[in-house]
Design a protein around this ligand. Structure first.
Ligand code: ACO
Length: 275
């Protein structure tokens, strides 16, 4: 057997014109997530998060897969052989970067080019927008090998899909195509494979023009509100809007309002103001 990839080669990334393209990079293992990959992904995400040249992050996969879920050999079997301490460490590493992604400072887009299984639902949910190839395959395959969809996977299905569809998906171990994943709410949109990158680029280019602080506040508000009462949500939003002022929000808003009301050079209903 070929030697394993070095930790630093398990994730590929480059920054091009404001967009960080990050890829699961174990195509020969269908990009399944090993402890090495999990550690590397956390480091890469943290490195990119506050760079001024990064306005949007795209998470994709090299080769045929987005990610084939957790690595059954390195994440489960080899870790379990070392006992509880090692198990907890590897859980913290994977759940840790899924969490970083959920609360990432910059907008994120999952570009799902192929297989997406089990543990992959964590980063899938972590990304704010998910665009899949129509022929990608999504599966909670856990039930097919005698475990439950843990590591957040069943929670993701239950949060994003209608309950009856989520239950069927979790119990049956049948895959959904990108198109079906779109119909059932698991992804934002599915497009033909040859349009995937073009569509993601289109979205990223729109996001790039938005006020970065307002975008962060918006995505965090959407996620926080999920388990809040209406009144608590309303209160959170008032505070979050006021907190934007610490980052120049008041001035940005005043300028946008001026362009609309006084200069009549832009309409908020039709696009982004000129910052
Ligand atoms: N864990 C460990 N190794 C994996 C995984 C995985 N999740 N997925 C793929 N691989 C490895 C294979 O063992 C194989 O390794 P080898 O070349 O050393 O033999 C290599 O990747 C290529 O995989 P193939 O199965 O040969 O690729 P194929 O294209 O035929 O099938 C598929 C792709 C359908 C994704 C298949 O690999 C598969 O079923 N993978 C497991 C998917 C899964 O159920 N993941 C776990 C979900 S549960 C969880 O994440 C908690």
């Amino acid at each position: 057997p070929k030697p394993d990839r070095a930790e630093e080669d398990t994730v590929a990334f480059c920054v091009d014109d404001g967009i960080a393209w990050v890829a699961f990079n174990r195509p020969e293992k269908r990009n399944c997530m090993s402890p090495k990959l999990n550690r590397r992904m956390k480091a890469v995400l943290e490195e990119l998060e506050f760079r001024d040249d990064v306005r949007v992050l795209v998470l994709t996969g090299e080769g045929e897969a987005w990610t084939a879920g957790m690595d059954l050999k390195e994440y489960f079997r080899e870790t379990e052989a070392q006992g509880l301490g090692a198990i907890r460490k590897s859980q913290r590493e994977s759940y840790g970067w899924f969490e970083r992604l959920r609360w990432y400072e910059k907008p994120t887009i999952a570009m799902i080019n192929g297989w997406c299984f089990g543990g992959g639902y964590g980063p899938l949910f972590g990304c704010d927008i998910a665009i899949a190839s129509e022929d990608a395959q999504f599966g909670l395959s856990e039930i097919n090998w005698g475990i439950l969809p843990g590591g957040g996977a069943s929670k993701v299905a239950q949060e994003l899909m209608p309950f009856r569809k989520a239950m069927y998906h979790a119990m049956m171990g049948e895959n959904l195509t990108g198109k079906q994943a779109e119909e059932q709410g698991l992804v934002t949109e599915a497009v033909p494979a040859d349009r995937l990158k073009e569509r993601v680029l289109e979205i990223a280019n729109v996001l790039k023009k938005k006020d970065t602080h307002a975008l962060r506040a918006t995505k965090w508000t959407m996620r926080r509100m999920v388990d809040m009462t209406y009144d608590n949500g309303l209160e959170y939003q008032i505070r979050a809007q006021e907190a934007l002022h610490s980052f120049g929000g008041a001035a940005a808003r005043k300028e946008a309002t001026r362009q609309f009301l006084d200069e009549k050079s832009f309409k908020p209903g039709l696009g982004t103001f000129d910052a």
